[in-house]
Design a protein around this ligand. Structure first.
Ligand code: EPU
Length: 336
C-alpha cells in the first residue's frame, strides 16, 4: 500500500505565495511523488479534491483562507534525452522552473533562454502558459503528465490537448480537473534564437549562444521587474488585452502613441502597462500596495498588504483604464 503524504491542519500559506498575503489552509499536504498523490486521491482525505494546488505560489493572489485541502507539488527529477531533431527534457512538477532553464543552458542546450528567471515551479508553467521576450512555453512543450482527478489515474496530454492560448490553457479553464505531475519539453536541434522582442533585435544572430541570450534576458528582467524576494509581487497583475483592430484605430485618434502588437485574425494586443502608466498609476501606492515604479503592470506588496487593499487597487486601475480607453483589463494571476 503506497504511503499517504503527511496531512497537516491549519497551515499558513503566507510564506508559500510570492505576493506575501496572509491566508491559511484548513488541510495541507506536500506531495513528493506521483505514488503519494495517487494514494491521497484514493483515500478518504481527498473529498471533493484539492481546493488549491500550489507550485511556487508566484502567480497567486490569496484573498481568503482556503477551507479545503491545499496540495503543494514537491516531486523532483529531471532527465534529458536526445532525439535526431530535439532534446526532450522531462521534469517533475515540483522542480523550480528557473533551475530547469539553468540546467539546460549548462548542458549547452538552447530553447529556454528567453524564459529564464521566471519565478515558479515546472508544474505551474503550463497552467498560465508562461511567456516572455517573444517565446511562450507552448512553443517548447511536448506533453504534460497529470492526474485526471475524476478518473483517479495519470494521463499524458499532448500539446494540442492542452489547448494553449495567451496566458491560458485547459488547466486554467478547467480548475480541479487535472493536477500536473510532470512536463516534457521539446527543445529543437539545431538551436535557433528567437530575437523578435524589441531589445533582443540588436543581437547578432550569427555569433550568439543560448547563454548569451539568457544573460541579456536576465538583465532586462532585473532592470524592470521587481524580485519577489525583495519586494513581494505576483508578476504581471493584468493580461495585455486583445481587441479588434478597429478598436485600436479608435483609441489611436486620441492616443496615437499607444503600444500594440499584432495578435492574429484582425486583432491586436494592447500593452496594459502603457495604458496603466497613461492613467497615472505607475509608481502610485494605495496603502500597502502599489503599481511598480519600473513596470506599471506589476502590483507590489509594500509590506503588510491586505487582500482588501489588493482588490481595491486592482479595481481602481481597471476603472481608470476602462474610463480612459474603453478597454477591460483581465487579471492575470489566479485569484482565490
Ligand atoms: N510599458 C510602459 N510602461 C511601463 C512598462 C511598459 O509604457 O511601466 C510599455 C513598454 O515601453 C512596452 C510595452 O509597454 O512598449 C510592453 O512592456 P514590456 O515589454 O515590459 O512587457 P509587458 O507587455 O508589460 C509582458 C508579459 C511579461 C513579460 C514581458 C516581456 C504579460 C501579462 N506580461 O509584459 O510577463 O516578462 O511581456 O516579454 O503578457 C508575467 O506574465 O508575469 C510577466 C512578467
Amino acid at each position: 500500500m503506497p504511503q499517504l503524504p503527511l496531512l497537516r491542519a491549519d497551515v499558513s500559506l503566507q510564506p508559500l505565495n510570492t505576493f506575501g498575503l496572509a491566508a491559511r489552509a484548513a488541510t495541507f499536504a506536500v506531495i513528493e511523488s506521483e505514488e503519494e498523490l495517487l494514494a491521497l486521491r484514493h483515500s478518504s482525505h481527498w473529498g471533493a479534491g484539492p481546493a488549491l494546488v500550489l507550485g511556487g505560489g508566484s502567480n497567486l493572489v490569496l484573498t481568503r483562507d482556503v477551507a479545503g485541502l491545499v496540495v503543494c507539488m514537491a516531486n523532483k527529477g529531471m532527465t534529458m534525452r536526445k532525439t535526431p531533431d530535439a532534446v526532450l527534457v522531462e521534469c517533475k512538477a515540483g522542480e523550480n522552473w528557473n533551475a530547469v532553464v539553468d540546467a539546460t543552458l549548462k548542458a549547452g542546450i538552447g530553447g529556454l533562454e528567453n524564459l529564464i528567471s521566471i519565478p515558479g515551479s515546472v508544474g505551474a508553467a503550463p497552467v498560465q502558459n508562461i511567456g516572455a521576450y517573444g517565446v511562450e512555453l507552448a512553443q517548447r512543450l511536448e506533453s504534460v503528465t497529470a492526474l485526471d482527478c475524476a478518473a483517479g489515474s495519470l494521463v499524458k496530454l499532448s500539446r494540442d490537448a492542452c489547448q494553449f492560448g495567451y496566458r491560458d490553457s485547459l488547466f486554467r479553464r478547467s480548475p480541479g480537473r487535472f493536477l500536473i505531475t510532470a512536463v516534457t519539453l521539446r527543445l529543437p536541434v539545431p538551436w535557433q534564437p528567437n530575437l523578435t522582442y524589441g531589445e533582443l533585435r540588436s543581437l547578432d544572430a550569427s555569433s550568439l549562444s543560448p547563454a548569451q541570450v539568457a544573460q541579456k534576458v536576465a538583465a532586462m528582467r532585473k532592470a524592470k521587474l521587481p524580485d519577489p524576494g525583495e519586494m513581494p509581487n505576483a508578476g504581471s497583475f493584468f493580461k495585455n488585452p486583445v481587441v479588434p483592430c478597429e478598436r485600436l484605430d479608435e483609441i489611436r485618434v486620441a492616443y496615437p502613441d499607444i503600444v500594440s502588437y499584432p495578435a492574429g485574425a484582425g486583432t491586436v494586443k494592447l500593452a496594459a502597462a502603457w495604458m496603466i502608466e497613461a492613467c497615472g498609476w505607475k509608481g502610485r501606492a494605495l496603502g500597502q500596495v502599489a503599481m511598480h515604479e519600473r513596470q506599471a503592470l506589476v502590483m507590489v506588496n509594500r509590506g503588510k498588504a491586505t487582500a482588501a487593499e489588493v482588490l481595491g487597487l486592482a479595481s481602481v486601475v481597471e476603472k481608470s483604464v476602462f474610463e480612459k480607453f474603453g478597454v477591460t483589463l483581465e487579471r492575470e494571476p489566479i485569484v482565490i
